[in-house]
Write a protein that binds this ligand. Sequence first.
Ligand code: SF4
Length: 177
Amino acid sequence: MAEALRQVDRELVENTRTFAFTTKLEKIVAWGRKNSLWPLPYGTACCGIEMMSVMGPRYDLARFGAEVVRFSPRQADMMIVAGTITEKMAPVILRIYQQMLEPKYVISMGACASSGGFYRAYHVLQGVDKVVPVDVYVPGCPPTPEAVLDGVMRLQRMIEDGSPRPWKESWEPGVYR
Ligand code: SF4
């Protein structure tokens, strides 16, 4: 009897080693979250066109689990701001961002979205981070599709590592509320 129980024990240990792994709940949630980002594309200008190519078959954003593009903020968790943003659009972006559910992320794609680009004009917002908290800035005019993919991968690493996002904690809607 004792020998039979020992045998069961040995088999249990062996099966556990073969078929099971241990992790933390936060880790597995982060793994699922980073591999199922749902983008909300906010494309306004030339960068918007470049963003579309990232989602096409050549660059295939689907490889990173982020191909389910949604135009409803309630079904998206990754806003990609791509293109020139005017002052008139600022309250709209803020409204859309506020309607997205937590946890939510923002990628600023290109010089115009990140800093106004070469449009130093009264009607152009000098960086979308004046309205919403940005997690990743992708440089370029326009950024290449590879650079956008790199931005998505950086965001995925941040989610996986549970990186602190102090800019989000200190963010307030400001004058566009
Ligand atoms: S960063 Fe360059 S490519 Fe992108 S919207 Fe501005 S002008 Fe166009």
